[in-house]
Ligand binder design. Structure first.
Ligand SMILES: *Cc1c(COP(=O)(O)O)cnc(C)c1O
Length: 419
């Protein structure tokens, strides 16, 4: 069948490559054509933290469905959204106490940026409108989120029409931290219009799967506080355990002003995001003055079905001590991968439930994908990285199957012509 009606993401539509057709999924397994089962090594863009078709999550969804599937939050309210907001207030660090829902990570980021800029306007400072970010960051595909993302393939087509953007260096080596901090301080000497700095804390996702130390964030945070610059943590990828803590913010010794959650928030059951802000930020909007209202309202914000699932997901995460599961995944990934080497490998990184093999050259992603499928694994490398971010319910044998397949690629699948 020709696949031209359905337009796929990040895909060359002419002579499109083979896309396995998933007809069923349970736990860590995807069932594709001919009843073949694949272990999902990337959790559907890192969102299916409990795996697929989870009995308790299914039950939460279907129970909620019997009462109400959707009602707008504009002028009405409902229990699942109120409860999820309370739960997020409880589990996020410090005084991140106020929750604004939206329907995807990108929109959650847009909401954070609008809140940050309006925060300064509401305080009477109309000049602070610049958003600074980290190099190699990824914050989504909508326009402003794309604008502030790193200079990657996601934005290059539009770079000519995007306004000039400031992105600062990230210290991927511990010894580079102070140099990067100093560069940021220097930037502030000449630019007094910075509203906010947005970062993916500790671990950068789609922009290159890079890891850096929390000491950098602790230092940067002090400078932001001193200069009335809001610090936004985009935890769409890192939130809900991926770095080994419930939130990457827990590695740091301060509370960010704004946190964006998505992906794992709904256990992958549907698109949703939460932008959570501190008392200080919220108070600038808490006013009799209607010019200070936050004028934003996605139609499906706080959808009751997805809020009910998110609540159950958080309950299971805490009840079943997922942090311990993630620690186990991290240890196993380290054991299996960190002493592995090959002339083509530049670096191997493991943090929490994530492993990355960075190659010296671009990888032939199609060949790798097909090789992994032959071995019963679903992985989708891109650029020069192979990565895995499995569902947290994965067992040791399944995880070793993933790492073995990656290793096997270098001895059997890979040859000079592949890369
Ligand atoms: C995926 C991602 C986004 C965008 O989320 P969508 O739900 O795809 O819009 C934003 N920020 C980070 C860090 C992400 O990983």
């Amino acid at each position: 069948m020709k696949n031209e009606t359905l337009w796929y993401p990040y895909t060359k539509m002419k002579n499109q490559n083979y896309f396995p057709k998933v007809s069923f999924a349970k736990g860590v397994y995807l069932t594709i054509e001919n009843n073949k089962k694949l272990i999902d090594g990337i959790s559907s863009w890192w969102s299916m933290i409990h795996g697929y078709n989870h009995e308790e999550l299914n039950y939460a969804l279907t129970t909620q469905l019997k009462n109400i599937s959707h009602v707008m939050l504009g002028g009405l309210t409902h229990e699942p959204a109120q409860q999820l907001a309370e739960k997020l207030k409880e589990i996020t660090p410090g005084d991140l106490n106020h929750v604004f829902f939206s329907d995807s990570g990108s929109v959650g980021v847009e909401v954070a940026l609008k809140i940050a800029i309006q925060y300064h306007i509401n305080k009477g400072n109309k000049n602070k409108q610049t958003i600074v970010s980290l190099k190699s960051g990824y914050h989504g595909d909508t326009f402003k989120a794309m604008e502030i993302s790193g200079e990657t393939a996601y934005r290059s087509i539009f770079s000519l029409i995007l306004p000039e953007h400031i992105a600062i260096d990230v210290p991927y080596k511990y010894e580079d931290i102070m140099e990067c901090v100093t560069k940021f301080e220097k930037l502030l000497e000449s630019n007094h219009n910075i509203a906010a700095l947005i970062v993916e804390p500790i671990m950068q996702g789609a922009g290159g799967f890079k890891i850096y130390d929390e000491v950098f964030l602790n230092e940067i945070s002090k400078i932001c506080k001193k200069n009335d610059i809001l610090l936004i943590f985009d935890e769409v990828a890192t939130g809900f355990g991926r770095t080994g803590k419930l939130f990457a913010a827990e590695w740091c010794n301060f509370t960010p002003d704004i946190m964006v959650l998505g992906k794992g928030l709904t256990a992958g059951y549907g698109g949703h995001a939460a932008t959570v802000v501190t008392d200080n930020v919220f108070n600038e909007f808490y006013s009799e003055d209607s010019s200070k209202i936050f004028m934003h309202g996605p139609t499906f914000m706080g959808n009751p079905l997805i809020c009910a699932v998110a609540l159950k997901s958080i309950e299971i995460f805490i009840r079943d001590n997922y942090i311990l599961k993630i620690k186990n995944i991290e240890n196993l990934l380290k054991n299996q991968l960190l002493n592995f080497s090959h002339e083509e490998i530049k670096e191997i990184r493991v943090k929490g439930a994530m492993a990355v093999i960075e190659l010296k050259n671009e990888i032939n992603t199609e060949k790798f994908k097909n090789f992994a499928i032959e071995n019963g694994i679903w992985l989708k490398p891109f650029g020069n990285v192979i990565y895995t971010m499995p569902p947290y319910i994965i067992n040791d044998d399944e995880l070793i199957k993933i790492t073995n397949t990656i290793k096997l690629w270098f001895s059997r699948g890979y040859d000079e012509k592949n890369i």
